[in-house]
Design a protein around this ligand. Structure first.
Ligand code: ADP
Ligand code: ZN
Ligand code: ZN
Length: 828
């Protein structure tokens, strides 16, 4: 039997198994090296022919935990992103099901006298303990190697139970339910059965009126029936007692409001109609829903989902990050109530597993969640929606480095489901696909209602800084603190809103107080020990912090190189903007939202609900506040500095800037009050800034597509970024060179790479190699990094070379790693 293990090894393993052989997708426990590991059956393998084959220790699933369509998707993912199948499968399942350290055994019955001495030792160890015992701990304590054969044998004899449940967060909560087992039809029968047992009859009829089942605790608690009454019913054979599972849902406590009854606009109606019609197509092409901010995309999704559920289907909605879009989620919840399972990053492993099982069993039929919700086990999946499809969070940064938006298209295609990618600022990939006719473009060109898109004005920081300097030179003038942070126009605009009791959003996409500390004497910039990144000054904690590896140290008072005390703290961060804002507007209630203020569970929700309740006048933060928020009282959005990130050495820097500016601008004027956006920048003529000012997505896309022609970048070509890393700088370089040489030889052999699938060979099926060179971020987490790019038109040709690098290339000895990132979101 062929088993995939979640190990960084590009192959599967063969094990012997008894009859009947478990079906593909079933979890098994197998011996691996000197350990036991969880893997998945993925095929029949070549049993019988191999001698000395090790046996499977245990079959963990009664029914496969990976349904056939997810197994298919994982195979596709493993193949395309060049990841081991076991790693792909692990990323598709809740952690509880994939981690061997979560296995527990509990002694449940008497130990028969004839057990093997090893089994007896295990049973004795269990008898001496209370409650479930972790297998890993037992194994260590007993010191007799793998104890799985014994566990299996004792389990089969009813001596113990085995479960994959962490006892600290009991996964399955149960409650006792009283359920009617013998329904009585007529009154005469009731009179005869109950006679003078009036309380029994009352209880019986109450259970009947409650749909045939009531929780025992409720019956004897609030309803005050005695336990004897229930026993009486039980002994008459009228009711039965059973333990049923209770699911925990943290969102359940937050009651969603009534769904608003909205009448779709003509544009919304057209989009809905096209999607609903596609439900009847065998293999509908994906839709790209390009709707400006505030155009009512959510209502379109909701109407599509409603039709899907009406037809008995299920649906999947991906959102960038649930904690940032609580409003979108609560709209879905208001419409679909407990048919929804929300897969939130704040869920504990147990809660996540609960949600997963509810979907698997069909108890819930809509999954809403971030990237990994793509793998929700839904049957009769008829629609997949990817909201804010341009968002970078859909790409996973570790193996398997999948792009959930692209996998959504793949999953939908395999099932014949409708796939909708929605955004106000579609990724250039999707826009390109729409242009090429692969996606069907639907447009919502206007905002709902009369509001219209907000007016966007640019404040040229070069000019305002010059004016500031001149004014400072005037005698008798004290420059305000806002100087250089909040310009005069922005201050005036904020004051206006505060006076009218409206709300303001201020964006600066950089956290901390100062981005870097530089010595004025010798020019030295304080850098992270582990990364080639300057350290950010955090004023509150008085520390310098690396935003990549979290290294931190006390803020210096002297230059680390020359000892000078003349240090300048430069590069604005949100912490400083908060301070300046508080000093400039002492009466305003300010909330800051960035990674530093949202580390606790539900922190985002708390901040956003304060804004929603009108307890905040100014919400400031990083890109976190640019996504999906819908607050009608926000009439002003100020971008403190639009230039952050625009010069990053990455081919998507302009696209990211345009998306961020457009999205944050889209938070303004969503209500009847209208709105305005002020963008402070020293690059007012940059095309990303100009297009954002003019709400001109298509103009931006046209220009950006042209920019990516030379040199050629996606979407014109496909990319694989190959990154090597090592604590030894030379080794990282050597490995990159060797890997690239391997790739070059493979490409040179030509036919195999280019002629995959017997496709005709053309000039653009050649795989180009670029590099190797030090990565833009040369050092990260203490490892030096080199990279090279593989570029091609043909996904198959590119995949073949990538696979060869991953599988056939042998890395030089030493601590060096190689990572393949297919369709990278960034090349940093
Ligand atoms: P988007 O996601 O496109 O930015 P939303 O879906 O958040 O836009 O919708 C913006 C606002 O318009 C929301 O407050 C929503 O309730 C409202 N809205 C959407 N469609 C309609 C409609 N047909 N009639 C009235 N209000 C609507
Ligand atoms: Zn110095
Ligand atoms: Zn660092």
């Amino acid at each position: 039997m062929e088993v995939a293990l979640p190990l960084p090894i590009h192959r599967t393993f063969t094990y012997a198994v008894g009859d009947p052989s478990p079906v593909p997708g079933t979890r098994v426990l197998v011996p691996f090296r000197r350990d036991a590991r969880i893997g998945w059956v993925v095929g029949p393998g070549e049993e019988g022919e191999i001698k000395g084959l090790r046996s499977v220790l245990d079959v963990l699933d009664p029914t496969p935990s990976v349904p056939a369509d997810i197994l298919h998707l994982c195979r596709w993912m493993a193949d395309y992103y060049v990841a081991p199948l076991g790693i792909a499968l692990r990323s598709a399942l809740p952690a509880v099901l994939t981690d061997v350290s979560r296995d527990y055994v509990t002694l449940t019955g008497p130990v028969p006298p004839d057990v093997h001495p090893r089994e007896r030792r295990l049973a004795d160890a269990l008898a001496g303990a209370v409650g479930p015992q972790p297998v890993a701990t037992l194994r260590k304590a007993l010191g007799m190697g793998s104890i799985w054969p014994e566990i299996r044998s004792l389990r089969d004899r009813g001596v113990l139970t085995h479960e994959a449940v962490p006892p600290s967060a009991p996964t399955v909560k149960t409650r006792r339910i009283v359920r009617i087992t013998n329904a009585m039809q007529d009154l005469a029968e009731r009179d005869a059965v109950f006679g003078r047992a009036g309380r029994q009859r009352e209880a019986y009829e109450l259970i009947e009126a409650s749909g045939g089942a009531v929780e025992l605790g409720h019956l004897v608690g609030e309803l005050r029936f005695s336990r004897g009454v229930v026993s009486g019913l039980e002994s008459k054979g009228l009711v039965g007692l059973s333990d049923e599972e209770v699911m925990r849902d943290p969102f359940a406590a937050v009651a969603p409001g009534e769904p608003p009854q909205l009448t779709p606009t003509p544009e919304q109606r057209a989009a809905i109609a096209a999607m609903v019609a596609a439900l009847d197509e065998p293999h509908p092409a994906p839709f790209l829903l390009h709707g400006v901010t505030g155009s009512g995309k959510t209502l379109v999704y909701i109407e599509l989902l409603r039709r899907v559920l009406d037809r008995g289907g299920s649906a999947l909605v991906l959102v960038p990050e649930i904690s940032l879009t609580p409003q979108t989620v609560s709209r879905f919840r208001a419409h679909f109530g407990d048919r929804i399972a929300v897969l939130h990053s704040g869920l504990s492993d147990g809660e996540r597993y609960d949600a997963w099982r509810q979907l698997r069993s069909g108890a819930r039929s809509v999954a809403v969640g971030a990237r990994s919700a793509l793998f929700a086990p839904l049957e009769r999946l008829a629609a997949i929606v990817v909201d804010e499809e341009h968002d970078a969070s859909y790409k996973q940064s570790e193996a398997p480095r999948y792009q959930a938006r692209d996998l959504a298209v793949v999953r939908a295609h395999a099932l014949g489901a409708v796939c909708v990618l929605g955004s106000a600022t579609p990724s250039l990939e999707s826009w390109h696909n729409a242009g090429a006719g692969k996606f069907r473009l639907l447009r919502l060109p206007e905002r709902v209602g009369s509001a219209g898109l907000p007016v966007v004005r640019v404040v040229d920081l070069r000019v305002s800084r010059r004016q500031d300097a001149e004014r400072r030179a005037e005698p008798g003038r004290r420059p305000g603190r806002a100087r250089g942070v909040l310009g005069e126009e922005l201050v005036a605009a904020v004051e206006e809103r505060l006076a009218r009791r409206e709300q303001v959003i201020l964006l600066l996409n950089r956290r901390g107080y100062s981005a870097f500390v530089q010595c004025r004497e010798c020019g030295e910039v304080e850098r992270c020990e582990n990364c080639s990144i300057s350290l950010t000054y955090h004023r509150l904690s008085q520390r310098l912090v690396c935003h990549h590896c979290r290294f931190e140290e006390a803020a210096p008072t002297r230059c680390s190189r020359c000892g000078s005390r003349d240090l300048s703290f430069r590069g604005l961060g949100t912490e400083q903007v908060e301070r300046v804002t508080a000093e400039t507007f002492p009466q305003a209630r300010i909330a800051r939202m960035d990674v530093d203020t949202t580390s606790g569970k539900w922190a985002h929700e708390r901040i956003l609900s304060r804004v929603e309740r009108g307890e905040v006048d100014i919400l400031l933060g990083t890109q976190m506040i640019a996504k999906g928020l819908d607050f009608p009282l926000v009439t002003l959005v100020g971008v403190v500095n639009a230039d952050v990130g625009i010069h990053l050495p990455d081919f998507r820097a302009s696209e990211r800037t345009f998306q961020l500016l457009s999205q944050v601008a889209g938070r303004a004027g969503r209500g009847a009050l209208g709105g305005e956006v002020l963008i402070q920048t020293s690059l007012p003529d940059h095309y990303a800034v100009r297009a954002a000012v003019n709400h001109d997505y298509e103009g931006f896309a046209g220009r950006e597509l042209a920019e990516r022609e030379k040199p050629r970048y996606p979407p014109h070509v496909r990319l694989v970024n190959v990154v090597t890393s090592s604590p030894d700088q030379q080794l990282a370089a050597t490995a990159a060179e060797a890997a690239m040489a391997h790739a070059r030889r493979y490409v040179a052999r030509g036919a195999r790479a280019a002629g995959v699938d017997g496709a005709p060979r053309g000039p653009h099926e050649v795989v180009e190699l670029v590099g190797p060179a030090p990565a833009p971020i040369e050092r990260l987490h203490g490892r030096w990094r080199w990279h090279f790019l593989m570029r091609a038109h043909s996904p198959a040709a590119l995949g073949a070379v990538a696979r060869s690098v991953a599988v056939d290339f042998s890395m030089p000895a030493g601590d060096v790693r190689l990572a393949l990132d297919r369709d990278p979101v960034a090349l940093l």
